[in-house]
Design a protein around this ligand. Structure first.
Ligand code: DAH
Length: 356
């Protein structure tokens, strides 16, 4: 190596050693390898040399270039490591400090009840089905064997929409989740088991009624379904939902246009204390029955092959009973204090017990 090259090498080493940070390091790098750097300048002069000399000098410059590049790179790594160590030494973490309180949201009791129902019925092989809040009056009433002028239509305090469907049918805000029974039968082939949680609407507003409320509907269609299946399914559900293994359940003969026979279902409670379970009093909790042959026919299902049962219940009502919530109105007030009190943690599972 000529003196000139070894001078360049030692001066580069000295300059690198003198760098205190990545900024000055970069200035050294540019000064050697950059466009107007010292090594670059030497390489540019090669072209002017006679061939033999150019070959020798070229080889020597290439060796030097590799060496300088390696030295520059290793200095960069060392400076980076130094910078990191200095940063780590500067910053410290006090692991004894208490954590900052993390704001966590809570699940609204209505959503929570729906989740619990999905978990319990899901374990029994049910799927979730859905339908729109705005229905034709055919699906909301007629398909379910509630003909025009039937008293049940008035009982339901229906909100009618001003605009009709393209085919001329009137439209309503669904008064119950039952139209999704018809939708399911019309769009699927049995066997199936579905539950339908959703919003429902009736023109009724006081301490115990809200014009918008929630129901869950259930529908099972299969071969050879009997009243025994209905009873077993609902008893299991009610005991799992209220987490009372021996909750008394009573089936009371009733009337719904869409089921035959129809039954209302009561659970045991103590009227005086409000406690569920024993106590000798009965509380009506849901409606149910074997799907009416006319409903099956309206939905194109052959009643000789398929039978089923259906049920429907109010979500607010069972939620209030389960959690001892005295008033219906705060469900829709978005009052943060009420939500904090009755909301459920998103981290606890929907059902804590293996009831089903
Ligand atoms: N749709 C009824 C209501 O809103 C509840 C109901 C009763 C649903 C009996 C059913 C049933 O599926 O079988 O009051």
């Amino acid at each position: 190596m000529t003196d000139e090259l070894s001078t360049l090498k030692s001066e580069t080493a000295a300059a690198l050693a003198a760098c205190a940070d990545l900024r000055s390091w970069d200035a050294v790098r540019v000064g050697i390898l950059g466009k107007s750097g010292r090594l670059t300048a030497l390489l540019k002069q090669l072209g002017a040399l006679p061939p033999e000399e150019r070959r020798q000098r070229g080889a020597a410059l290439n060796v030097l270039k590799d060496e300088l590049a390696a030295a520059i790179e290793s200095r960069r790594a060392a400076l980076e490591a130094e910078a990191l160590n200095a940063k780590l030494a500067r910053e410290s973490l006090d692991v004894t400090l208490p954590p900052r309180p993390a704001a966590s949201g809570l699940i609204h009791p209505i959503s929570r009840t729906m989740e619990e129902m999905a978990a319990i019925f899901g374990a029994m092989g049910f799927e979730i089905a859905e339908g729109p809040d705005i229905e034709s009056d055919w699906l909301n009433f007629s398909a379910l064997n509630i003909p025009a002028h039937h008293p049940a239509r008035e009982d339901m305090d229906t909100f009618y929409l001003p605009a009709r469907e393209p085919g001329g049918r009137r439209r309503v805000l669904r008064t119950h989740t039952s139209p999704v029974q018809a939708r399911t039968m019309l769009s699927r082939t049995p066997p199936f088991r579905v539950i339908v949680p959703g919003r429902t609407y009736r023109a009724d507003h006081d301490a115990t009624h809200s014009p918008m409320f929630h129901q869950v509907e259930g529908l099972v269609l299969d071969r050879n379904i009997t009243l025994g299946h209905l009873k077993g399914c609902l008893i299991d559900f009610l005991r799992a939902f209220f987490a009372i293994a021996d909750l008394p359940v009573r089936f009371r003969s009733s009337y719904f246009p869409f089921t035959e026979p129809s039954m209302e279902v009561d659970i045991g409670w103590n009227r005086r204390t409000g406690e569920l379970g024993g106590g000798g009093d009965w509380l009506e909790i849901l409606g149910s029955g074997m799907v009416h042959a006319k409903v099956l026919a309206n939905c194109g299902i052959d009643a000789r092959e398929w039978q089923g049962f259906a049920f429907g219940m109010g979500i607010e009502r069972v939620t209030m009973l389960k959690h001892g919530i005295p008033d219906l109105r705060p469900f829709y007030d978005s009052d943060i204090r009420w939500l904090r009190h009755y909301g459920a943690s998103p981290l606890t599972p929907a059902i804590l017990h293996e009831g089903v």
